[in-house]
Design a protein around this ligand. Structure first.
Ligand SMILES: [Ca+2]
Length: 203
């Protein structure tokens, strides 16, 4: 009888461990299925836009900041996971090309960790910016005027192989939705971004 009880406890332990594995809240964090959308979404002043129908987990947005010196495109030759990455090219120090995943439902007073992998080629920073990104959250009503989170800059420059970009944030009590983003901010060169992950941090 004792032996059976131990077996049952061991089984429960395995189940608990499996349940504690963090789940990626970004449905297509490896950027395998996004496609270019020809018309910007209503209310957004975007030169063009890349979206992915992720249902409740939001979409991917590509802002060119109305600047033809920047390009955000899918790349099948350089990738960290799966078959594709997003390649961001910037030919001017004045532009801020952005890839963001937004409308991600979150709950308040919760710790989240955002990470992704970034590879660089010929990146030239002119100021404190460069690889710039992170996690911001707000309420549904005030997201675009009152979002807060953890934005981080890495001083990566020149050429580098895949490095992990990571940041953690605790949401405010009123936060309901979040956005994660990576910018090649006021820096020329090329970066590839892949395997984005947003997880709840259990404490
Ligand atoms: Ca990928």
């Amino acid at each position: 009888m004792k032996k059976i009880t131990w077996c049952l406890l061991a089984g429960c332990g395995l189940l608990l461990n499996a349940a504690a594995e963090p789940v990626n809240m970004l449905a297509d964090g490896s950027l395998e299925n996004w496609k270019q959308q020809t018309e910007p979404a209503k209310g957004l002043e975007l030169k063009d836009q890349l979206t992915l129908d992720l249902g409740r987990t939001g979409g991917i947005r590509n802002e060119r900041e109305s600047n033809p010196a920047t390009l955000v495109e899918r790349d099948a030759t350089v990738k960290h996971g799966g078959e594709y990455s997003i390649k961001i090219t910037n030919r001017t120090h004045d532009a801020i090309p952005v890839v963001s995943i937004f409308d991600i439902p979150v709950t308040g007073n919760t710790k989240y960790r955002f990470s992704c992998w970034i590879k660089g080629a010929g990146v030239d920073r002119t100021n404190a910016h460069g690889i710039y990104g992170g996690f911001t959250a707000g309420s549904h009503a005030t997201f675009w005027s009152d979002n807060q989170g953890q934005i981080k800059t890495e001083d990566w420059a020149g050429d580098w192989d895949w490095r992990k970009f990571e940041t953690e944030v605790v949401t405010r009590p009123t936060d309901q939705q979040a956005m994660v983003q990576i910018q090649l901010r006021n820096a020329t060169g090329t970066i590839w971004v892949d395997d984005l992950e947003l997880v709840k941090v259990e404490e």
